[in-house]
Design a binder for this molecule. Structure first.
Ligand SMILES: [Zn+2]
Length: 254
């Protein structure tokens, strides 16, 4: 990477990442519970004091207050600083791989942040909210149109096939095992992956996600024994991770 050719605008995702992370934290905490995401003001979770503007500055306020509420000194949930750091990590990764391609840095950050929120919510709640997967799908079509208009057809076909393939796999699983193992949210997430990556990347995304999910499930089962066998595992985080890796690094060598 040639640092002298670095466009400062290409680094801007890093500067906004803490604020984005703090917004993602609001989405992760409120979307699955059906709490309004925009209206409610942030409050201390222990004493209920509304947070002032300075206390809402991501990362810095946490350091400045040493992780405690200024009013009641209760420790602030590490979740907030965790999601803010994760958002910075995603942006740093996207900017690093994009090099001097400013548009790719921004698109990658946007994709990565949305996938991060989806993966986090799916791990905790086993759902992938439509209000995130559907805009991600449209965002993928828009990103393709911006970055490579000639590939828009591949992206649209990717979205359609992604949904169709996953819905068929889910129906097959249901027929075979007599229970739902894969959710409708996963189909929409794979459709979004198709919109971002084009239909050609779908087999690779599915393969990577399945290998990662089976590897983790196998490890957990070995570690925790048979009690784990009937437990539902989130597949969304692995789909999200696979989509992210294929977006960053493209086709793996054959
Ligand atoms: Zn407090």
């Amino acid at each position: 990477m040639d640092l002298t050719a670095f466009d400062p605008i290409g680094l801007a995702p890093l500067l906004v990442a803490p604020a984005v992370g703090s917004w993602l934290g609001v989405l992760i905490r409120r979307l699955p519970r059906g709490t309004p995401v925009a209206l409610a003001r942030s409050r201390c979770e222990a004493c209920g004091t509304a947070l002032g503007p300075l206390e809402l500055v991501p990362l810095l306020s946490w350091l400045w207050l040493r992780g405690r509420c200024h009013h009641c000194r209760a420790p602030i949930d590490r979740f907030h600083v965790g999601i803010e750091l994760a958002a910075v990590g995603v942006a740093a990764w996207a900017v690093w791989v994009a090099g001097d391609d400013t548009m790719r840095a921004w698109l990658g950050s946007g994709l990565g942040w949305t996938l991060l929120a989806l993966a986090w919510i799916d791990l905790e709640w086993l759902i992938l909210p439509d209000v995130l997967t559907l805009p991600l799908l449209l965002g993928g079509l828009a990103a393709t149109w911006l970055a490579a208009p000639e590939a828009l057809g591949d992206a649209a076909l990717g979205a359609a096939l992604g949904w169709l393939v996953f819905a068929s796999v889910a129906a097959g699983y249901r027929a075979l095992r007599g229970r739902d193992g894969l959710g409708g949210g996963d189909a929409k997430l794979l459709a979004a992956a198709g919109a971002w990556l084009g239909w050609q990347a779908l087999p690779q995304v599915m393969l990577l996600a399945a290998v990662a999910a089976l590897g983790v499930a196998g490890t957990l089962r070995l570690a925790r024994g048979r009690a784990f066998a009937g437990m539902k595992l989130a597949f969304g985080p692995w789909l999200a991770l696979a989509t992210w890796l294929v977006w960053l690094y493209g086709d793996l060598p054959d």
